[in-house]
Write a new protein. Structure first.
Length: 754
């Protein structure tokens, strides 16, 4: 990698070249021109076209976006509809598509209107060659099983991504390593975004190749990979009854000694189940669960654990280390701090793995009873004095974690999960207290679905899956399925029902990359290697639109989780910030909140689809300098959502009726590149003071580029679609308007792409 040469070129140009030299030009020629004192604005770069991203799912007649490098120059595109048979290979002629706009970094083209729904092969021809691909084929983000990255025989497997099941006929084929079919499975449930399969109990534990077909397309339109089926983990068979160790369960006697004795015996024998029969168990301090412990109540309404009310409660009520479960019981607390915690203990170096919390109730409030106002204020001030605020009903840090079928109420925050992987949060009711919210931070492979999230206090906020909190220095959240959740009454702070906040960051400037290399070099010797960020996005120049998660930082070298596709030149600049990648926010509903869904900060490949907003600020994509350098927001799709009643946003910091589907870019000094780029807003239904706005808040250069707004239905508002002059490369078409008091469309955007 010629990083040294690139460093020298950049250093020279950074000191001597005019701004126009640094915009969309190629390295060697520009460097020579600079040495000769010449000014160059653009140079052809002879390289084969490369695609970074494409917008799908998509239907016939709609406009697809194709992001990449070297796509311009007499650009044409052809499409072919594939046969719907995974055993065949399609043939036949291609049909020419209509190219609507083109540049070296983005092409917008219409899928032929006479096609039917399905998978489409495409061939995009530019001056330097051809790049081929598929639209609507499965784009698999990750797989997750009942034991994390693996599944057990008799367990379940989940496939998550785009176009996973297109017509409820998805099919999973398991094969041996040499390609021989072993088993073909149909999903137990499936949507466009995910499919779950039951693993047969008689399936031999081993590694399998798989092919996932979504119901459309031919043999080439399948996701392929490997997965592992393992035998069910052995369970400790010993069952101890807490009453056998002297527990009274009368709500008066301190039963902590019985818990200590019983759990000590379980630890000595290497694990087991502690059965807590019906009763009310008063406990004065921390219950410490050793590894391989199953804390099991008789029924959650019959087995009740009460944390003894005291002025100085323990930091944690139930402290787990790793490999434990809590089921079928209720926890009650007045004055309290954290109630269930795992992965934060200083007693052991291991992270918490294989944690299961199921079918429990938590009722915790240090404002309960006839508490005096000064005591309310004292406890409130204490709760907001810690970073991030607290306390938490449940807080976890580890891998293979599940919180299911539970009803959780806390004085402040209901659920906090930090830096974890393979997480399942399903079927819960989460009630947040004063200034309380839920949070999943810096985690990956998270399924968060079918939960009720409620503001149980008039100051309760919402929450989100974000990159806010970390125990390490690299911050990124990725591979998130946020599905079928119901959020309501988030009145405190910004009141966001779900946001992907990730503040801070440590760098914007020249970056050197090499095609095929999983390293990038920051071209700035003053770069702080103690950077607390986890994503690289190329925001301008050659390679614009490339991105990667940073896995390590060594001096000025960034180690990446994937190889770069394009070699940089002296024009290449990027940002190093926290990053969120592959968020699927689908099928959710939110009412009475500041916002329903928001991609806030550096986000890549976000989908908001089939959600409903009632009396909220709607759906937002935001980019700007968020407590650090600019955080770019690229490659997002806002599809088939519904907004009813936009006026409630006037009760928060968000202005009502200024766009309840909104793209907002807040410019930063000396940042002359797109901040929001590659967005499809399609098929949404807006009614009652709701509109679509694109607002870059800049005058000199476009901060929002390459947007498609089509097939939306907008009614009963004063303005349908507003696009400000800070946007460029915007296509608006095939939208339906009714009962609009003002103009249906106000479009001040600049033509083409920058």
């Amino acid at each position: 990698m010629e990083f040294v040469k690139l460093k020298r070129q950049r250093a020279f140009l950074g000191r001597n070249a005019a701004p126009s030299v640094l915009r969309y030009v190629s390295g060697p020629v520009v460097f020579l021109a600079a040495l000769l004192g010449l000014e160059v604005n653009s140079v052809a770069y002879a390289a084969a076209p490369v695609l970074f991203w494409q917008s799908d799912p998509i239907e016939p007649g709609q406009t697809a976006l194709f992001a990449g490098a070297d796509l311009g120059g007499d650009t044409t595109i052809e499409f072919r509809q594939l046969v719907n048979d995974p055993a065949q290979t399609s043939s036949g002629a291609y049909t020419a598509g209509v190219v609507r706009q083109t540049s070296d970094t983005m092409v917008k083209a219409d899928v032929p209107a006479d096609f039917t729904k399905g998978v489409y092969a495409f061939a995009l021809h530019s001056r330097n060659g051809t790049v081929e691909g598929r639209l609507n084929a499965p784009d698999l983000y990750w797989t997750q099983g009942d034991v994390g990255q693996s599944a057990t025989a008799g367990g379940w497997l989940r496939f998550v991504g785009r176009n996973i099941s297109s017509n409820k006929q998805a099919r999973l084929t398991l094969e041996t390593s040499d390609g021989k079919p072993v088993r073909q499975l149909s999903p137990t449930s499936a949507t466009l975004w995910e499919a779950e399969f039951a693993v047969p109990k008689d399936l031999t534990p081993k590694q399998y190749n798989f092919k996932l077909w979504n119901g459309h397309g031919d043999a080439s339109a399948q996701a392929v990979g490997t997965l592992e089926i393992i035998a069910s983990p052995s369970q400790a068979t010993a069952v101890l009854d807490l009453r056998s160790f002297g527990a009274k369960g009368d709500g008066k006697t301190d039963d902590l000694p019985a818990f200590v004795a019983a759990l000590g015996k379980i630890e000595a024998q290497g694990g087991g189940t502690l059965f807590v029969p019906r009763g009310t168990y008063l406990v004065s301090s921390t219950i410490k669960l050793p590894p391989n412990t199953h804390l099991l109540g008789e029924e959650r309404d019959l087995t009740v654990l009460i944390l003894q009310d005291q002025e100085q409660p323990p930091e944690v009520f139930i402290q787990g280390r790793t490999d434990f479960s809590i089921e079928n019981l209720t926890i009650l607390a007045l004055n309290h701090w954290h109630l269930i915690s795992a992965g934060f203990s200083t007693e052991a170096n291991e992270i918490a793995s294989n944690v299961k919390i199921d079918n429990i109730v938590v009722r915790a409030s240090f404002y309960r009873r006839y508490i005096k106002p000064e005591k309310v204020q004292e406890r409130y001030l204490k709760s907001i004095s810690v970073p991030g605020n607290g306390p938490d009903a449940i807080r976890l840090h580890g891998r293979n974690l599940s919180v299911t079928n539970s009803d959780i109420q806390s004085s402040v925050r209901s659920l906090i999960i930090i830096e974890s992987s393979d997480v399942l949060v399903r079927g819960n009711r989460l009630l947040n207290g004063r200034r309380g919210w839920y949070s999943v931070s810096n985690s990956e492979r998270v399924i968060f679905e079918n939960n009720d999230i409620v503001g149980a206090d008039l100051q309760a906020s919402g929450g989100g899956i974000n990159s806010l909190f970390s125990v390490k220095k690299l911050k990124s959240s990725r591979n998130i399925l946020f599905k079928d959740n119901r959020s309501s009454f988030h009145n405190g702070a910004d009141g966001e029902a779900m946001t992907s906040d990730g503040p801070e960051g440590c760098y914007f400037g020249p970056i050197a990359t090499q095609a095929g290399s999983d390293e990038a070099v920051v071209i700035d010797p003053s770069f702080n290697a103690a950077c607390t960020s986890g994503g690289l996005i190329i925001t301008g120049g050659r390679g614009m639109g490339q991105y990667a998660v940073i896995t390590a930082i060594n001096g000025t070298t960034l180690k990446l989780d994937r190889p770069m596709r394009v070699t940089s030149d002296v024009t290449t600049v990027g940002t190093v910030t926290p990053m969120q990648e592959n968020y699927l926010l689908v099928g959710n509903s939110a009412n009475d909140a500041g916002l329903a869904l928001q991609a806030f900060g550096a986000s890549v490949n976000t989908v908001m689809s089939d959600n409903k907003s009632v009396r909220t600020g709607g759906f937002s994509i935001w980019s700007g300098p968020y407590q650090g350098p600019v955080q770019a927001n690229i490659y997002a799709q806002i599809l088939n959502n519904e907004i009813v009643g936009g006026y409630i946003s006037s009760l928060t910091d968000y202005e009502g009726a200024t766009g309840l589907i909104r793209l907002t870019a807040v410019p930063a000094p000396k940042f002359y590149y797109p901040m929001i780029r590659g967005i499809a807003i399609r098929g949404n239904r807006l009614s009652g003071n709701a509109s679509i706005t694109v607002n870059g808040r800049a005058i000199r250069v476009p901060t929002i580029t390459d947007i498609v707004i089509e097939n939306n239905v907008i009614s009963k508002t004063k303005l349908g679609i507003e696009i400000q002059s800070s946007a460029s490369g915007v296509i608006v078409g095939h939208n339906d308007f009714s009962d609009i008091r003002g103009a249906p469309v106000v479009n001040h955007s600049k033509p083409g792409a920058p």
